[in-house]
Design a protein around this ligand. Structure first.
Ligand code: G3P
Length: 231
């Protein structure tokens, strides 16, 4: 385990690589190496969620590694599924659950959060609105990540377009009175978007295209870290 939950602080920075061509094959190594360097420099915990088959290429770096998805399937005869107990053995730290681009049922969410907690894996549970944040915060995932689907990949940031969504989700998570922290994502492309999210009460960010598609990873990851530290 690279970071214990209490080392995560209030500045979690998750880069979801999705299936962007920019990180395909060996290119995942470059972004992971850059993230490790900048994470050390700014003392900000950075997690990378690579396409699953690329996980082994980056386990040597001192960053967190998250699966992009898990399936609530059994160990054994379950071809092609991401089974928590098996994936854990490939040195990952946790998983994104219920991403907007890979939604699953409430029953599966509940079961997966329990299974991952039992395995001491971190859970980044994605929600699209405040009602879902309220409902799923009760499960005590490590993070609830709120992302309005219509802003994903647009370059129009949740923190400037839908600020109330963040403040209301922060409150919903607080009301659950457990250790869950609120992250936000969608359309975040600049340090300013990041610092605004922090100002609104978010404990970090979940980002994809704003980092992966940027020309200079070192520059943009540094800019986001400065944004996280600005509050
Ligand atoms: O998982 C993060 C994501 O859905 C946000 O995407 O491209 O708007 O940063 P993006």
């Amino acid at each position: 385990m690279r970071n214990s939950p209490n080392q995560l602080g209030n500045n979690m920075f998750i880069i979801n690589c999705k299936n962007y061509n920019e990180i395909a094959g060996d290119k995942i190594i470059k972004i992971a190496k850059t993230a490790e360097k900048i994470s050390r420099k700014y003392k900000i915990p950075i997690a990378i969620a690579p396409p699953h088959h690329l996980i082994p290429l980056i386990t040597k770096f001192k960053i967190m590694i998250l699966a992009q998805h898990m399936d609530d399937k059994k160990v054994g005869s379950t071809t092609g599924f991401m089974v928590p107990e098996i994936v854990k053995k490939s040195k990952i730290d946790g998983s994104i659950i219920n991403h907007s681009e890979h939604r699953i049922s409430e029953k599966e969410i509940k079961s997966l959060v329990k299974r991952l907690q039992k395995l001491k894996l971190k859970t980044v549970l994605c929600v699209k609105n405040v009602n879902e944040a309220k409902k799923y915060a009760k499960l005590n995932p490590t993070f609830i990540a709120i992302e309005p689907p219509e802003l994903i990949g647009t370059g129009r940031a949740i923190s400037t377009e839908r600020p109330a969504l963040i403040t209301n989700a922060v409150q919903a998570v607080k009301n659950a009175r457990n250790s869950t922290k609120l992250l936000c994502g969608a359309g975040i492309v600049s340090g300013q978007d990041v610092s605004k999210a922090k100002e609104l009460g978010s404990k970090g960010i979940l980002v994809a295209s704003g980092i992966v598609k940027a020309k200079n990873w070192e520059k943009i990851i540094s800019e986001f870290c400065k944004g996280l530290k600005s509050q």
